[in-house]
Design a protein around this ligand. Structure first.
Ligand code: G3H
Length: 538
């Protein structure tokens, strides 16, 4: 590991508006509608950005968070149980219109915290300031879109149906006590893509933030506390094995929603003693390939592959994590990729136009080095200048070529700035790669011949869940389904689908007999039930 101290800034060189006023020493956690003060051990939080003092460089300290354990997790569970009250609680039985009002109040208060949340996002995970802002705005938009989708759903369900002399009203009801855990690369957006639909459908939630990107939830604690009835949202901190694992073992969790690695998801899911009670909503890892065909537009393909493999340093589940290029154009592709890579700005996340920034996981540089060394030992070369050079938390992107199936990088999800490229002669080679892979999220194909693309689309849509033509893989727009096959996901997320995965169709039905007609009419006209109701929201 080389150490180039001058790569990292002196405190005085950081723009004032990007600095945090002071470290956040968080003691609070949210349980049963109150912010409880934790007096026990805390975990210090450091940025991936180092600060260059005259004598040394060290990670910028951002503050500290509570290390809660089993006792506090069960406090949260008890609060959630009371709030849900076997489905009879205020929140699960509340009319949709009222739940939306609570959500709007939360969103208003959340927006007031934008500036500090965005800065914390940037400092905690090294995401560029611009992308941190985008993540915040996208999340707010996601909430508004969710509200609109729910209104539509509610309107569709606000009627009595009749079939074979049976009257029925069918709605979507909550599932119960829901655990939400998001990933560190989108600690706000992806976490909220679980949390918001879970809440708005009437579930009660225990939320544990990701391993990095934890402090950014702190400015939102009050908004959660003020906006929802007590016990509906509980926020806890601490190691998974002492918190969420214990809750799962209790068998009292109804929904496990998690975005992260399949390894952790499997451990937590298996800890639950009642597998049929538990619903799982999972977004897991992926190894999305790019396939660049012989007739591909080189300029466009390289631009998209750069974005796909290196946006947020390759730390996206949707990132392009292996690139197959037709042997006839691989030299030209590599040359152009390296030319464009050399122009990418590397530096601190607040700098204008910066693309490659320090990595938040302390052990990631060493892991990436292992992958690079393994590939080089087995015949690949690092083909770009300075590729793989490590400067503390910063890893200079490494382009590996030619990669082969004996190498770890061919199989493992690097989740970082290492770009494996290999050439193919026959299209069956990348297809076989996808068939053999444990993952099945997306693929990007680059080419111009519609016949050839059509022949590829048909087999590929049954290997993955999104075939991207002449563009990188991505989750958005959030209205589109986001899911995966095999070890990549369970359940489908999108604004629309998330409302479904966090709820279940449930109905009230009765035979068409006079006494039932009278009862239904009295309940509906007298507005005696929130469920059995033809009121609709405009
Ligand atoms: O980490 C995986 C994210 O869902 C990717 O989302 O494609 O919008 O960056 P994105």
């Amino acid at each position: 590991m080389s150490q180039n101290k001058s790569f990292f800034p002196k405190e005085s060189e950081i723009p004032k508006e990007m600095l945090l006023a002071q470290p956040i020493e968080q003691k609070e956690y949210l349980v049963n509608g109150g912010l409880k003060i934790w007096e026990g051990a805390v975990q210090e939080v450091f940025s991936p950005v180092y600060i260059n003092t005259d004598s040394e460089i060290k990670r910028k300290r951002l503050g500290s968070i509570p290390i809660l354990g089993e006792k506090e997790s069960f406090e949260a569970l008890d609060a959630a149980k009371q709030a849900y009250d076997l489905g009879r609680g205020i929140w699960p039985t509340m009319p949709v219109k009222k739940r939306i009002e609570h959500m709007l109040k939360f969103t208003k208060m959340m927006k007031e915290q934008k500036s500090i949340v965005v800065k914390l996002l940037m400092w905690e995970i090294g995401k560029t300031y611009k992308d941190s802002e985008k993540e915040f705005d996208r999340t707010v938009e996601y909430i508004f879109d969710t509200i609109e989708a729910l209104k539509n759903l509610d309107r569709d369900n606000s009627r009595i149906e009749k079939k074979n002399e049976i009257y029925a009203q069918i709605r979507r009801g909550p599932l119960g006590i829901t655990v939400c855990m998001g990933p560190y690369n989108y600690p706000l957006n992806e976490t909220f893509a679980l949390l918001i639909p879970a809440l708005i459908m009437g579930n009660v939630v225990i939320f544990k933030p990701a391993k990095h990107g934890v402090l950014l939830i702190n400015p939102l604690l009050n908004a959660f506390k003020e906006s929802f009835p007590k016990g509906v949202i509980n926020i806890i901190y601490g190691p998974g094995k002492d918190t969420i694992a214990k809750l799962m073992e209790s068998g009292k969790i109804d929904v496990f929603s998690f975005i992260g690695s399949s390894k952790i998801a499997n451990v937590l899911k298996k800890a639950h003693p009642k597998p049929n009670r538990l619903r799982a909503v999972l977004g897991l890892e992926a190894k999305n390939p790019a396939i660049v065909l012989q007739d591909a537009d080189l300029e466009l393909s390289v631009n998209e592959c750069i974005l796909g493999s290196l946006s947020f340093n390759g730390q996206r589940c949707t990132a392009l994590k292996i690139i197959f290029v037709h042997e006839k154009i691989v030299d030209a592709f590599n040359a152009l990729y390296l030319e464009k890579l050399a122009k990418l700005k590397m530096g601190m996340p607040w700098e204008d136009g910066v693309m490659i920034t320090p990595l938040p996981e302390p052990d990631k540089p060493a892991y990436l080095k292992e992958l690079i060394d393994d590939a080089v030992n087995k015949g690949a070369k690092v083909i770009n200048k300075n590729g793989g050079e490590i400067n503390e938390s910063f890893v200079h992107p490494a382009v590996l070529y030619p990669v082969s199936s004996e190498m770890r990088i061919y199989h493992e999800e690097q989740f970082g700035p290492v770009i494996p490229i290999l050439s193919f002669k026959n299209i069956s080679e990348p297809i076989q790669y996808m068939v053999d892979s444990n993952y099945g999220q997306q693929v990007s194909i680059f080419g111009t011949n519609s016949q050839q693309l059509a022949e590829l689309i048909d087999p590929l849509v049954n290997q993955v869940c999104r075939v991207n033509i002449n563009c990188q893989c991505q989750r958005g727009p959030d209205m589109f389904p986001f899911n995966g096959r095999k070890d990549s996901a369970e359940g489908t997320l999108s604004v629309f689908d998330a409302l479904r995965v966090f709820s279940i169709r449930t109905m009230v039905a009765g035979k068409e007999i006079d006494v039932n007609k009278k009862i239904l009419t009295e309940i509906i006209e007298g507005r005696k039930s929130n469920f059995l109701s033809t009121d609709y929201i405009l």
